[in-house]
Design a protein around this ligand. Structure first.
Ligand code: GDP
Length: 521
């Protein structure tokens, strides 16, 4: 009946740390006495709770205990070994009064980045973009999601998406109503501020007055003995934008931003949209773990098998580490902005989690219940954050640094092979899924297959254009190709093929990949 901590962990296929973590969340029972691996858990309620939190179908279920089945939600993630934490780019949001230059600043930061990139291509709005500082390895992720709706959702969840805020204050206008609101928001959320005193190119600019205003509003600038940096910029002319970015990096260094890149992925939905040509898309800001193709994600009651990831430049990426924001294809249903994304192991697990969440939702009919749950959730999140910090300080090494290095090697070596972008159209969901799964398994270290778009239906000219943009191929499965589309493909120099046997389709792709192999001399 009674088990030791070790035995319980073994029986669930988890380690003892996991059991100890679960105990931290148990209310109403004293769990302090079970502090050793061989401590005997002599309270069956505690055992049940731990099993509940683990979300595993366990013995209790067989014994007819339905409660044990219930908590199919994600359990607290095991804390990372401090040696596994890797520096990540800061995530920055721009705030300030209307017309003080937020949009202009975002645009010039974004385009300053495009100029020194080799792509120089079109950027698309995905809700965030990344800027590289010249001559360094430093990167900054800027969030440009319009409106504060998403942020209030995120705040109520207690998850802070943004590491710091750039507060834009127009030098010709000073501190205004929304400037004050932004300051209040930052103080409440405990998010550090960097001030960008904007429009200094204007004749009416009065930097001294703006600074005086800020002081009155409780923003203690460095030059007055405080700790908040202020940079004079012109979003319009681009003056001092590098200095602003350097100030952000300096602040990031103080915050010592690090994340666990190895464990399960945790992310936040920044934006979601259905695109006429490309289907269901959402942008995820990665907070923990490294997102890769083929992973299963759950957000609220929506889920995805990640089919592809894109940057704001429309480039495909093979993986996204913490601090990065990427657009994801592969959603079955669209997740709502602000919702938390968690990685789960399998499609079965996806179904279980969603079924459980839907059941919970039904239970929450009245608004009161919802408010209660939200409160609990943020309490939980607070505790969890506290716990992570604590655990990090204690530093209980579990995995080895070597593992990260090995991962890193794998990742870099995977980029040397040929790459082929594919646009896929099939007759029914089932066949498209089957092909996508085949592609997933075929992908190896030597080659990368990037599915840049897929779906059910006929091949369109837009599919051809997309393939052209990626120097890829278009494949139709059990769908007819119209003459117009064939002509368009020819004009664009895009290879377009039709198959009705998956095996032949795979053969064709292998040929294409071989053709792209660098000639070995
Ligand atoms: P937002 O409402 O905060 O997003 O402000 P906008 O970026 O739309 O800017 C409002 C107006 O100020 C626009 O007409 C911009 O062209 C102008 N503006 C923004 N930044 C600057 C600047 O640095 N100098 C000057 N002279 N005008 C600016």
């Amino acid at each position: 009946q009674n088990m030791t901590v070790q035995q319980l962990a073994d029986s669930m296929g988890k380690d003892t740390d996991h059991v100890f973590e679960c105990m931290l969340y148990i209310k109403g029972h004293n769990t302090d006495k079970y502090e050793e691996e061989d401590s005997i858990i002599d309270n069956i309620e505690v055992t049940k709770e731990i099993v509940n939190k683990t979300g595993l179908r366990f013995k209790f279920e067989e014994q007819g205990n339905k409660e044990a089945e219930q908590d199919m939600d994600a359990y607290p993630r095991p804390p990372a070994d401090p040696s596994l934490l890797v520096k990540r780019p800061p995530v920055v949001t721009i705030m300030g009064h209307v017309d003080h230059g937020k949009t202009t600043l975002l645009d010039s930061l974004r385009s300053s980045n495009v100029v020194d990139s080799e792509f120089g291509g079109i950027t698309q709005h995905i809700g965030a973009f990344s800027v590289h500082l010249p001559d360094t390895n430093e990167r900054i992720t800027f969030i440009d999601t319009p409106g504060h709706a998403a942020f209030s959702t995120m705040r109520s969840r207690g998850a802070h998406v943004t590491d710091m805020v750039v507060l834009v204050v127009a030098a010709d206008d000073g501190v205004m109503e929304q400037t004050k609101e932004s300051i209040k928001y930052c103080n409440q959320a405990g998010v550090p501020i960097i001030v960008a005193i904007n429009k200094v190119d204007k004749q009416e600019a009065d930097v001294a007055r703006a600074k005086q205003d800020l002081l009155v509003a409780g923003v203690h600038l460095e030059e007055f003995g405080g700790e908040i940096q202020a940079v004079e910029v012109s979003a319009k002319t681009g003056f001092n934008l590098i200095a602003l970015q350097e100030a952000i990096i300096a602040q990031a260094d103080i915050l010592d931003l690090k994340s666990d890149v190895t464990g399960p992925v945790e992310a936040v939905v920044l934006e979601s949209s259905t695109h006429a040509g490309r289907g269901k898309l959402s942008t995820a800001l990665i907070q923990m773990g490294t997102l890769r193709k083929g992973m299963y994600l759950v957000a609220g009651t929506a889920w995805a098998k990640v089919r592809g990831m894109f940057t704001e430049r429309g480039d495909t990426v093979q993986e996204a580490p913490p601090g990065d924001a990427v657009e994801i294809i592969g959603w079955r249903e669209l997740p709502s902005a602000g919702s938390q994304i968690l990685q789960v192991d399998s499609e079965n697990r996806v179904k279980e989690v969603i079924a459980w969440r839907k059941k919970q939702q039904e239970k929450l009919k009245s608004k009161q219940d919802i408010a209660e749950i939200q409160k609990k959730e943020s309490e939980h999140q607070e505790k969890y954050t506290e716990f992570r910090k604590l655990k990090m300080d204690l530093g209980k090494p579990r995995l080895k640094q070597q593992r990260i290095m090995k991962k890193e090697k794998e990742v870099t070596s995977s980029h040397t092979g040929p790459q082929l972008a594919v646009v896929l159209r099939g007759d029914v969901d089932g066949s498209v899924e089957a092909i996508l799964d085949m592609l997933d398994t075929y992908e190896s270290k030597q080659c990368l297959l990037d599915v840049v778009n897929y779906g059910v239906g006929v091949v369109s000219e837009a599919d051809v254009d997309l393939a052209a943009a990626f120097d890829g191929v278009v494949i139709g499965f059990n769908v007819t190709l119209s003459d117009a589309v064939k002509r368009h493909a020819k004009a664009q120099g895009v290879t377009i093929r039709h198959f009705n046997i998956i095996y032949r389709l795979m053969e064709f792709l292998k040929e294409q990949l071989t053709e792209r192999l660098p000639s070995t001399q």
